[in-house]
Design a protein around this ligand. Structure first.
Ligand code: IDP
Ligand code: MG
Length: 153
């Protein structure tokens, strides 16, 4: 099983989309292993978006991520990173495919509702950035054997 990070951005919190988005992941069959509300800071965003530090939109991106608290989620499933990333859609919501979260709920390149990890390596680093080990819970979903075949998990 793989774990991945989802951040419901201030654009999701403000627009009342938190429940709807978590519902999509639950319905897909992903297990919610951790979830909390947190106020992001300059320091954590400098790390989290280090790959964008030189971009002209870095300041507005950080401000947009601090506008309200975010909801951080740890989701688990077989190949969860790529499954959640595919559900997310392209960065710019205006180009994102209908049926994806961004393609269904947003019109913006920056106010694009969710952050999702883009590789297993980044997922591991991001989960340890946003969660303490004791905030990730190990429990088995009663539906597990109806979610995967015996040789899949
Ligand atoms: P991703 O969220 O699809 O992985 P990244 O390239 O990692 O995209 O960028 C992180 C975040 O930075 C995006 O989700 C978006 O909020 C913001 N961003 C990316 N490119 C632009 C841009 O060209 N203008 C404004 N904001 C951007
Ligand atoms: Mg990214």
């Amino acid at each position: 099983m793989e774990q991945t990070l989802v951040l419901l951005k201030p654009s999701a919190v403000q627009r009342g989309l938190v429940g709807e988005i978590i519902n999509r992941f639950e319905k897909r069959g992903l297990r919610l292993a951790g979830m909390k509300m947190m106020q992001l800071t300059d320091e954590i965003l400098d790390e989290h978006y280090a790959h964008l530090r030189e971009k002209p939109f870095f300041r507005t991106l950080k401000d947009s991520m601090m506008a309200t608290p975010v909801i951080a989620c740890c989701l688990e499933g077989v190949e969860a990173v790529q499954v959640v990333r595919a559900m997310t859609g392209s960065t710019n919501g205006r180009n994102a495919d209908p049926g994806t979260i961004r393609g269904d709920y947003c019109m913006s390149n920056q106010q694009n509702i969710v952050h999702t990890s883009d590789s297993p390596e980044n997922a591991a680093a991001e989960l340890s950035r946003f969660f303490k080990p004791e905030e990730i819970f190990q429990y088995e979903l009663a539906t597990l054997k109806f979610t995967y075949s015996v040789d899949e998990k």
